[in-house]
Design a protein around this ligand. Sequence first.
Ligand code: AKB
Length: 312
Amino acid sequence: MIKILITGAGGQLGSVLTKELQQKFGEQNVIATDLFEKPNFIGHFEQLDATNYKAMEKIVTKNKITQIYHLAAILSAKGEENPLRTWDINMKSLFNVLEISRLNGVDKVFYPSSIAVFGDKIERENTPQNPNLTPTTVYGISKSSGENWGNYYFEKYGLDVRSLRYPGVIGYQSLPGGGTTDYAVDIYHKAVKKEKFSCFLEEDTILPMIFMEDAIRATLELMDAPKERISIRTSYNLAGMSFNPKEIFEAIKKIYPDFEISYKPDFRQKIASSWPQSINDTNARVDWGWKPVYNLNTMSKIMIQKLEEKYK
Ligand code: AKB
C-alpha cells in the first residue's frame, strides 16, 4: 500500500503534482503539507513547517507514509535575500525528510534539484551530467549539497532517493515564486490580460525550460522506474526546451500581434548568466526512457488557451 507525503504541496510544482498523485494513488493516500492550506484544496491536507522534525515525524508515523516528495524549498532569486536562512530552511527540511524516512520505513524519496547546481565554470551548451559543480546562488549550493546527501543516504542506508535537476518549469495551473525563470510564466499572464510585459532578463538570455506536463511526467516516470534502472543517485539532468525572452515574446506575438515587451534586467540577470543554456539529459533517456513532448510553440498555444479560460 503506497501512502504519500508531499512537502511544499502549495507551490508551483507541488500543487500540480499533488493532483496527479491523488489521481494515480487515490485521494486518501496522498497527504499534502505546507505552511498554509490553499483555498479550495481538495484532499487530505496537514499544516507542516518542514523544518520541524517532530511535526513531520508525527505525520509520517500516524499515516504510515511509504513515499515522500520533498518539494519545499526557497528558490534562487528569493534565496539571495537571506542566504543563511535559505541554507538553513533548505537543508534542515531535507535532513528531516532523509532521517525520518530512514528511521520510519519510508521506502522512496523524491528530491527536486535544479539547473541552479551548475555555475559559470561549465560548458553552458549541452551541459553534461557530471561537470564540476560551482553554483552561484545559495539555492544552487543547497541543491548540489542536497543531491550528494541523497546519494549518501542511498549508499549508506539503502534509502531509495531519486532526483531530477529541473529546468525552469512553465505551467498555467500555478504561479512560481522567487525563481530566476519565473518571467517565462509571468509573460503569458500579462499577454492574456492584454498588459505590457517588463522582463527582468536581457532579451538574448537563453535558459533551459520545461512545460509542466513534461515535468510532472518526468517525475512520475523516474519514480516508477525499476530500481536497477536508476544509475544516478545524485540527480538526473533533465531537458525540455531552451529559449530566450525574445523568442518566447515572438511565440506569443504570433497569437497576440499587439503584445509589447520591454527589458529591465535586475540582479536575476547575473544568476541567469551563470546557468546553462541547454542540458544534456542522455542519462535520463537511456536509463528510464525520458523524452520531452512539448516545444515553445506547442506549449505557448496551450498556455494561452488555458489562461484565456482562466481570465474569461
Ligand atoms: C529558479 O528559477 O530558481 C527555479 C529553478 C530553475 O530551480 N525555477
